[in-house]
Ligand binder design. Structure first.
Ligand SMILES: Cc1cc2nc3c(=O)[nH]c(=O)nc-3n(C[C@H](O)[C@H](O)[C@H](O)COP(=O)(O)O)c2cc1C
Ligand code: SF4
Ligand code: SF4
Length: 275
């Protein structure tokens, strides 16, 4: 199989998935000595367009794990806007040190349904968007080096046209993980939205520009009239640290995650690779 170009396409609200996906794509391009490009699929204006791929290119598709699956509000764009022609590809999910549950299986199935030909996959433990206490600083240099190494295996399979029969853990159609609070009961924070500390905010508008849901009012950034998926892009991108969540159920879930899935409890989780 002759590959003419590598694309790293990612949805990434707080940057982890971008890093992991780009590392794999770049390493593939270097090893195959072909051009490399990125498609940042995070913002609504890019997700509205169809992204079509040919059989002689290779695409690395990346998404984070939300509630054990792909982010549900973004899933329709993954299913309807990526179109392959038996295009070889790799699936990358990131997750915040709890579990990737069924997200990789779901991404794999979505790619197959879209006419792509997934050959390899990775699930990468990364800093949890909700808190730095889980997988802090990851993906780090060690992770990125391991990912680059994985590119060599993919290249061997691609160049040699090896038959692919990969078993991805999980079930594409499994239900979502139910977040729990410190009391062990379901933590209901579906309607939670970020607050803004107006004594810090200088109305720069960054949060409104980078919200993947276009949910923040550009003219009044304290207002969130749209749907919030709790991605934390606004919280982590605000240069004045003015955005925060104070919903009690949300905070209780974060405390539960810290109690059970902090690095000190889980140890350093390894990246899972499949080929
Ligand atoms: C709404 C939401 C739900 C999440 N659900 C899970 C989960 O079920 N399991 C897990 O380990 N991490 C979970 N995470 C953590 C993210 O998967 C992780 O931080 C990911 O690397 C974020 O990717 P990004 O930086 O590309 O946005 C969740 C994060 C968010 C914002
Ligand atoms: S990014 Fe922060 S400082 Fe800028 S408008 Fe948003 S809340 Fe205000
Ligand atoms: S408002 Fe919600 S969806 Fe938009 S960036 Fe902030 S956390 Fe993400």
């Amino acid at each position: 199989m002759k590959i003419e170009r590598i694309t790293a396409l990612y949805w990434s609200a707080t940057g982890n998935t971008r890093q992991a996906t780009v590392a794999l794509g770049q390493a593939l391009a270097e090893q195959l000595s072909v051009p490399f490009r990125t498609v940042n699929f995070t913002l609504p204006q890019v997700r509205r367009r169809i992204h079509a791929f040919l059989p002689d290119e290779f695409v690395v598709v990346g998404a984070p794990t939300y509630a054990g699956k792909l982010p549900n509000k973004i899933l329709p764009d993954f299913t309807s806007k990526l179109v392959g022609k038996q295009t070889p590809c790799a699936a990358v999910v990131t997750y915040g040190n709890r579990s990737f549950d069924n997200s990789l299986a779901e991404l794999w199935a979505v790619l197959q349904k879209n006419g792509m030909n997934p050959m390899g996959a990775a699930a990468v433990p990364c800093r949890h968007a909700f808190t730095d206490a889980l997988a802090a600083g990851r993906p780090d240099e060690e992770d990125l080096a391991t990912i680059r190494d994985f590119a060599k295996k993919i290249v061997a399979h691609t160049v040699l046209d090896m038959a692919v029969s990969v078993r991805i853990p999980g079930q594409a159609d499994a239900p979502y993980y139910v977040p729990r609070g410190m009391d062990g009961q379901p933590a209901k924070f579906l309607k939670a939205k970020p607050k803004t500390d107006m004594s810090r905010c200088d109305a720069c508008g960054i949060c409104a520009d980078i919200c993947p849901m276009g949910a923040i009012d550009k003219n009044d950034v304290a207002a969130v009239p749209g749907i919030c998926i709790k991605c934390q892009a606004c919280v982590r991108s605000c240069p004045k640290q003015a955005k925060y969540f104070d919903d009690p159920a949300f905070l209780s879930h974060v405390d539960m995650l810290k109690q059970h899935f902090a690095d000190s409890i889980t140890g350093r989780k390894k990246i899972s690779f499949y080929i």
